[in-house]
Design a protein around this ligand. Structure first.
Ligand code: PA5
Length: 444
């Protein structure tokens, strides 16, 4: 099978003591086996493993119907938080024109809400909806998460007052659990069109369900291609060999963690990948940060952040390693022009591709950072397209499951997220939280 991504470990392996790496590979292979046989922790949440190969054709048809029905829509507000928005945002930003908001387009512009409770943000969203023909995709697996619920209430009221009940119904699609939660109740009572999030797929593993696929398709991106890449990676990462890229990545990052490298920086050299990093941070952070263990996932956009975080990475505490997503060729071609006066002294670069400069920055940074004691893993990919991105996201999900099992945690729950929610409800005087509210206020 062709290689879609390649793990390059030569700038990292020297940081792993002596002959210990094969042991981590063995652990990773055992973890893969647990995952594939469903014998590990949280195995009732493994539905994501087979989404690329087993998604029913009716799902794609329903998504297509909505895209066709919303041909007149200029703006789609996608409401969701965490796993209910990051996958869609990652793919849409990676594969759209960097200035799509201001470019002519035959597809609606996608904006996101419900991922914060900023009053200015939501008021400004209403300003935007007032001047655009708008529709809404509201996503919440539990159907009860506060941030998206607040945003949805506002967006729904806006649509109702502008378009009336019937037309609002056409302009709302909900994606939620089959039977539980307030959102499903609303779907039933208001008769919104809806999709089901499979009960065995957790939020951060849901990009290949309608949670990701519907917003991505609405943005005009080919979801068949995305799923084809994911499907090929599903096959590649099921192989029980040391060459399985998910096994290798999981083994390497855990080997580095065992040497005190507690922070992993996901590095990109293309601004379009910023939200892939945000998605990856949630995937690994929420899956592995448990029982006072886990690599802290952080992200940097280079070369931008070389001028902010570069100093620390080069010279600060030595608890970091980098994983670089390296794209061999950009989709566009642009060379640096010659300038007669050469007053900026840049003529030595005249005729060179912009990407050549980017690549030299990447190479120079790798050498400098490894010299400074930062191990450097690389994930090589030929170019940024839907097929490769589908493969990359599936690869990370698989590596995350393997890595969580190596660490000995349940990668598929997120009980730690509940602590802030309970406090927030108590401080907002939600019924049932009165005692906790009183206790918390005493501490303030
Ligand atoms: O990965 C997860 O499970 C979480 O990040 C959820 O996606 C997030 O908390 C949103 O939950 P819900 O979709 O229930 O609103």
């Amino acid at each position: 099978m062709k290689e879609i991504i390649t793990i390059r470990e030569n700038s990292a392996i020297g940081f792993i003591p002596g002959d210990t790496y094969p042991l981590w590979q063995e652990k990773a292979l055992r973890a893969l086996d647990l995952l594939e046989t469903g014998k590990g922790k949280g195995s009732d949440f493994l539905g994501w493993l087979r989404l690329p190969s087993q998604t029913a054709p009716t799902v794609y048809e329903q998504i297509k119907d909505i895209c066709l029905d919303w041909k007149d829509i200029e703006l789609v507000v996608v409401i969701g938080i965490g796993g209910s928005y990051l996958g869609a945002r990652a793919v849409i930003e990676a594969l759209s024109h960097s200035f799509s908001a201001l470019m002519p387009s035959s597809t609606p512009y996608i904006v996101f809400a419900g991922q914060n409770i900023g009053e200015d943000y939501l008021a400004e969203l209403e300003d935007l909806m007032a001047v655009k023909s708008s529709a809404c995709v509201v996503i919440s697996k539990s159907g009860t998460t506060t941030e998206p619920a607040i945003a949805f209430r506002l967006v729904k009221q806006h649509l109702l007052s502008r378009y009336g009940k019937e037309e609002t119904r056409r302009r709302i699609v909900a994606i939620t659990d089959k039977s539980h939660g307030a959102l499903r109740k609303m779907v039933n009572s208001e008769e919104y069109r809806s999709f089901i999030i499979p009960s065995d797929v957790g939020g951060r593993f849901s990009v290949f369900t309608p949670v990701g696929l519907l917003p991505i398709a609405l943005a005009g991106i080919d979801i068949q291609e995305l799923m084809e890449g994911a499907r090929d990676m599903e096959k590649i990462t099921a192989l029980k060999t040391g060459n399985n890229p998910a096994v290798r990545y999981a083994a390497l990052r855990n080997a580095l963690y065992s040497t005190g490298k507690k922070i992993e920086l996901l590095v990109n050299y293309h601004p379009k990948l910023h939200y892939v990093t945000e998605w990856w941070k949630q995937l690994f952070g929420e899956s592995e940060g448990k029982e006072h263990k886990g690599i802290f996932p952080a992200g940097v956009d280079f070369t931008t952040d070389l001028h902010s975080m570069g100093q620390y990475i080069q010279d600060g505490e030595r608890h970091l390693f980098e994983t670089v997503i390296s794209i061999a060729a950009p989709n566009r071609s642009l060379a640096i022009p010659a300038d007669e006066g050469d007053n900026d002294g840049l003529n030595f670069l005249a005729g060179k591709r912009i990407d050549h400069c980017n690549k030299m920055a990447e190479l120079g940074t790798r050498l400098a950072h490894t010299d400074g004691g930062v191990p450097n893993l690389r994930i090589d990919m030929s170019s940024l397209n839907a097929y490769n991105l589908g493969a990359l996201l599936y690869f990370f999900q698989k590596a995350c499951g393997i890595s969580g099992y190596i660490l000995g945690v349940n990668p598929f729950d997120q009980e730690g997220v509940e602590a802030y929610k309970k406090n927030m409800f108590a401080l907002l005087d939600k019924s049932g939280f009165e005692v906790q509210g009183a206790l918390l206020r005493k501490r303030l």
